[in-house]
Design a protein around this ligand. Structure first.
Ligand code: 3HC
Length: 689
């Protein structure tokens, strides 16, 4: 981290460097160092003007997010810097290359003139961290870009191009070539002078209209409401009072559970990419991939690969599957072009990057092979033996299995070190999560390459060890176990779903299984009945399946779906549930929503802790990210393990002991890791470092 200054004639060029993204750190002293340079330049007679610019290829991605943990008052140093820049008696120009986000954009807005490269990007991503722009952004952006544009930027968190930023008045110029040279030329030509360009008050009617429309938006978060309150202050008070309100709101949000959870997820998505204790190994780049199996999963995988501009061969032996796969891929890419997500030329190029083959022997030599055939060991054996025969040395051989033993699959080849699991979630072109399964003999290079591949196709890769269900589905089984017991004890499907959706789950378990296909759970339960005969389970979902009701795909499941999508309570299923309780001699009781949430979520946490304890998951945060990015766990709660820390491990243990005294109490054996952490007065979060 450093600030380099250079005199060019009478202009002082201040370049701040904090690789990789020039985060404006207060704890690290960068913010104070920039302010000192600005203050010195004010009194330095050799200096007539100042240019602020970022080192490397970015201006700044904003304040250092980690900086404020436990020290929200650090925002004062940021505010002070912005104020010093704005009040500087000599012109200050921001010369912007690359990313200009959050506090970085606020720094630019406090300057008197902004010149940017055509590829620069501007935005206020604070809302995705449960925060608001706290360095004057809520006050200065509406003055420069108009209240409507500014609110859109702050509430969406999305970035805009330099051209858009120029159009709305967020910046003053787009430079061809070097931005510092352009800023120097503008100063030399007297274009900047001493004119202040930090904006004016929005017209009151525009401000009112923008606020009214923002308030009507649905799903406003605490941060969203705080942003609107700060913009409203523009009409009611002066800049200083507005800035003060903004700083207060920032401090309050910083300590809120919602923002802490979102920050945990931000850093968590980066932590999960790190393989602990591993020797740093070079990952191999992937340019061409062969997907074996063109069913629903293989098709989704192929689309996500083409979207990342990789070359793809899909091998599908069945003629009807072959045609359907190609048609679905093409339709998906054309739809993206029709919806203007990509250009027609990009769609054509991506479709051109697809090859279809009928047998593995027709596959082009690839860097990575992904097997996505049905879940049957004999089918996997056939594919992996063939891959072992045709794949070039150095290629990665991946299985998309979600239930079978990866180590057994690796044994079908002569190179188990090159075998890894890539467990995509359906629909594979949409879901962000990718479980990267490390087998007993997967080499560090293969694992590192698989993780780099996940990142290159825009997925969050999380490493899981080999066990039945890996991390995600093993936990989900315990979550469902409690949901089905609750049905037997007195709850009905709509009550369970409503309670968990009110907690924040994207969809309750009955609806999820109706969507995924009730037969999937049925098959697993049949297998479990043989493998774990000592573990009783609720027969209710089996009874639903026995009626041929497999969920949305058959038109009925736990619910009726008169329009094919919207669930409707079904008296027949509710009667079946009540009669089943009678048959097993269980006196149904009234179950309140808090018990539903606790039992389902605490079961999830307990299994997550077992997985961390067994080393299947590297850290608690790995479980969190899997649940946030693959299972619809509410972002504002930071994942099951983060949530457990908020609940408190001693309280969690107390509640688990209470449930262990109830119906099917055997399912509540606490994970040794929870006992250990609670004994030491520690939290799951302590294991993420
Ligand atoms: N603070 C601290 N660290 C940051 C950071 C930030 N604002 N932005 C990125 N980093 C770190 C990441 O943690 C990562 O660290 P690691 O190498 O140790 O894992 C490293 O920088 C590189 O980040 P990515 O892996 O995410 O790199 P990408 O190239 O994929 O993405 C990015 C770059 C688009 C800048 C992305 O990192 C990002 O979205 N960052 C957050 C931007 C943000 O939210 N800014 C607002 C901050 S809050 C603020 O400014 C408050 C102000 O209003 C007062």
């Amino acid at each position: 981290m450093q600030v380099i200054e250079k005199h060019v004639g009478s202009v002082l060029v201040v370049r701040f460097d904090n690789s990789p993204v020039n985060a404006l750190t207060v704890g690290g002293g960068l913010v104070q160092a920039i302010e000192r340079r600005v203050a010195q330049a004010q009194t330095d007679e050799r200096v007539d003007a100042i240019i602020l610019t970022g080192g490397g290829t970015v201006f700044s991605a904003g304040a250092d997010i980690a900086d404020f943990e436990g020290a929200p008052e650090r925002i004062d140093a940021i505010r002070s810097l912005m104020q010093s820049i704005e009040n500087c008696r000599k012109p200050v120009v921001a010369a912007i290359e690359g990313l200009c986000l959050g506090g970085g954009l606020e720094l630019a807005l406090a300057a008197h003139f902004r010149v940017a490269s055509s590829t620069a990007k501007f935005g206020f991503p604070e809302i995705s961290l449960g925060l608001l722009p706290g360095g004057g952004g809520t006050q200065r952006s509406p003055r420069l870009a108009g209240a409507g544009n500014a609110i859109d930027l702050m509430l969406s968190g999305k970035s805009v191009s330099a051209a858009k930023a120029l159009e709305i008045g967020l910046i003053d110029r787009i430079a061809e070539g070097d931005v510092v040279e352009a800023a120097l030329a503008m100063l030399a030509a007297g274009l900047v002078g001493s004119t202040r360009r930090s904006g004016s008050l929005p017209v009151p009617q525009d401000l009112d209209a923008a606020i009214d429309s923002a308030e009507r938006r649905t799903g406003l978060t605490d941060a969203g409401r705080a942003i609107i309150a700060c913009v409203r202050a523009i009409a009611q008070t002066d800049l200083q009072a507005g800035l003060k309100l903004e700083a207060e709101q920032f401090g309050a949000l910083m300590t809120s559970e919602q923002s802490r959870a979102l920050r945990h997820a931000f850093f968590g998505r980066r932590i999960v990419g790190k393989i602990p204790g591993g020797v740093r190994v070079e990952s191999k780049g992937v340019r061409h991939v062969t997907v074996v199996g063109g069913g629903l999963m293989g098709t989704g995988i192929a689309i996500s690969l083409l979207n990342a501009d990789l070359g793809v061969t899909v091998v599908e032996a069945k003629p009807e599957g072959f045609d359907k796969c190609r048609a679905s891929i093409e339709a998906s890419l054309r739809r993206d072009a029709d919806k203007a997500r990509i250009t027609a030329a990009t769609a054509d190029r991506r479709i051109g990057a697809l090859n279809m083959g009928r047998s593995i022997d027709e596959a082009m030599p690839s860097d990575l092979y992904i097997e996505a055939v049905f879940e049957d060991m004999d089918a996997k054996r056939e594919v992996f033996q063939a891959l072992d025969r045709i794949a070039p040395l150095g290629a990665i051989l991946a299985s998309n299995t979600s239930t079978l033993d990866l180590d057994a699959i690796a044994q079908f080849t002569s190179r188990p070190e090159a075998v890894v699991g890539l467990h995509f979630f359906s629909p594979a072109n949409i879901m962000r999560l990718l479980e990267v399964v490390r087998g007993a003999r997967t080499s560090p290079e293969t694992l590192a390459s698989a993780m780099a591949f996940a990142k290159s196709i825009g997925k969050t890769g999380v490493v899981a060890g080999v066990c039945d269900g890996f991390i995600g589905n093993r936990i989900f089984e315990e979550y469902l176990r409690q949901a089905w017991f609750l049905l037997e004890e007195g709850a009905l499907p709509h009550q369970i779903d409503a309670a968990l959706e009110a907690f924040g789950m994207a969809m309750g378990p009955c609806r999820v299984m109706d969507l995924a296909g009730q037969d999937i759970g049925w098959n697993i339960r049949k297998r479990r009945a043989v493998e774990q005969p000592d573990r009783p389970y609720s027969k209710i979902p089996d009874l639903v399946c026995e009626l041929g009701r497999f969920g949305q795909k058959t038109g009925t499941g736990f619910y009726l779906y008169p329009d094919g999508r919207t669930p409707q309570r079904d008296p027949l299923i509710e009667a079946l549930i009540v009669s089943h309780s009678r048959q097993i001699d269980f006196d149904r009781r009234v179950i309140d929503d808090s018990e539903i949430v606790e039992r389902c979520i605490f079961a999830m946490i307990n299994e997550g802790a077992k997985l961390v304890g067994e080393g299947i998951a590297y850290r608690p945060v790995d479980v969190d990210i899997i649940y946030l990015d693959g299972y619809g766990f509410p972002a504002s709660r930071g994942g099951p393990m983060f949530h457990a820390d908020q609940v408190g491990l001693p309280h969690l243990l107390e509640k688990m002991a209470q449930y262990a005294r109830g119906h099917h109490g055997w399912a509540w054996e606490p994970a040794p890791l929870i006992l250990e952490l609670s004994d030491k007065n520690q939290k799951f979060g302590d294991l993420n470092r």
